[in-house]
Write a protein that binds this ligand. Structure first.
Ligand code: AMP
Length: 132
């Protein structure tokens, strides 16, 4: 089982930002900026473009809702979306609240935030998600 499957199952802790039966969103543990969130399918699939058309469409619609929640919780110019998947072999979309293009440079030094701050960021996003 991939580390992200274990996260979606609750076997490994995460800072939950959103969920439904099929998808799960949680804070990136080493965020580029506050509010950097990962969105995953619960189903284990490595490469996002191996997903069936219907599944990837639902995945993107779910990610859109998470992005709306992030923008409400963390006002920003736009929420950027990226797919890398070079580190963890479980499809995931990065959602990053951007104040500038530089916020999307993945080779930037990552933040390491205290647990209580991570929890309050995730709770703020989840609370906005539940209103949608
Ligand atoms: P990539 O596969 O290149 O898209 O990068 C994987 C991303 O997952 C990185 O930004 C990591 O910081 C993040 N990550 C890895 N393990 C965890 C974890 N246990 N909880 C949250 N984020 C993680």
């Amino acid at each position: 089982m991939s580390i992200f499957s274990k996260i979606a199952e609750g076997e490994i802790p995460s800072y939950k930002c959103a969920e439904n039966d099929e998808f799960y969103a949680f804070l990136d543990i080493n965020p580029l900026v506050k509010g950097h969130t990962l969105v995953i399918p619960r189903r284990e699939v490595d490469y996002i473009f191996d997903m069936e058309d219907d599944e990837i469409a639902r995945f993107q619609v779910f990610a859109k809702k998470v992005a709306i929640a992030i923008k409400k919780a963390f006002p920003c110019i736009k929420v950027g979306q990226a797919v890398l998947g070079l580190e963890v072999p479980h499809a995931h979309i990065h959602l990053v609240p951007m104040q500038s293009e530089k916020d999307m440079i993945f080779s930037n030094e990552k933040l390491s935030l205290p647990a209580d701050e991570m929890k309050s960021i995730a709770d703020a996003i989840y609370s906005e998600f539940k209103k949608l």
